[in-house]
Write a protein that binds this ligand. Structure first.
Ligand SMILES: Nc1ncnc2c1ncn2[C@@H]1O[C@H](COP(=O)(O)OP(=O)(O)OP(=O)(O)O)[C@@H](O)[C@H]1O
Ligand SMILES: [Mg+2]
Length: 167
């Protein structure tokens, strides 16, 4: 399950709300595992290499895997979907397509905001993403535009080996 959304939109909060901690693999967590700082952008290449390794190993063992990264760039999504395809497991996208001002407010309120420049750039990528997802090979794309829906709408699990469940 690929989470897609700009920094501060609530991906990690959503993942923590609905999934067991070990089901969630996170680019920030991988950064922290490598250099003790989840915000250190200088280790991005190694962090994503580690992230892809974790995804690969979990899917090898057919474990539900939630990918907590911004995933707003097609190239980044492609690399993750490629791993799912290699293991023959379905990929689902959950797009946290919340208004930019909601993401701003949430970002400003946190201890280490990424700031509006980063969010603006990622939001432009997200807008592009809206038109790209249909042919990327997901069995389902969930498009969430209502901030409340993230906490109120129950998540239905998609069995890794079975057909996609309706949600
Ligand atoms: N549904 C929600 N309602 C209110 N506040 C929320 C909600 N979801 C997240 N937040 C708040 O928004 C801030 C950002 O959330 P979170 O860290 O989950 O975002 P993120 O998408 O994982 O960001 P990043 O890409 O930087 O990791 C946090 O302070 C969090 O408490
Ligand atoms: Mg996060």
């Amino acid at each position: 399950m690929l989470l897609v959304g700009v920094a501060g939109c609530g991906k990690s909060t959503f993942a923590a709300r609905w999934f067991v901690e070990t089901e969630v693999v996170s680019s920030d967590r991988c950064r922290a595992l490598i250099c003790d700082d989840p915000g250190d952008q200088s280790v991005t290449a190694d962090a994503f290499s580690l992230l892809r390794t974790l995804i690969d190993r979990r899917l090898r063992h057919r474990r539900l895997t939630v990918v907590d990264a911004t995933n707003v760039k097609r190239r980044d999504r492609r690399r993750v979907i490629g791993i799912a395809e290699a293991h023959g497991v379905p990929a689902v996208a959950v797009v946290l397509d919340l208004p930019l001002d909601v993401c701003r407010e949430r970002d400003i309120a946190r201890p280490h905001p990424v700031g509006p420049e980063v969010q603006d750039r990622q939001f432009r990528d997200l807008v592009r993403t809206r038109g790209q997802l249909d042919d990327e090979g997901y069995v389902r794309v969930h498009h969430i535009t209502d901030p409340d829906e993230l906490v109120t709408r129950p998540v239905v699990r998609v069995p890794v080996d079975g057909p996609a469940a309706e949600a």
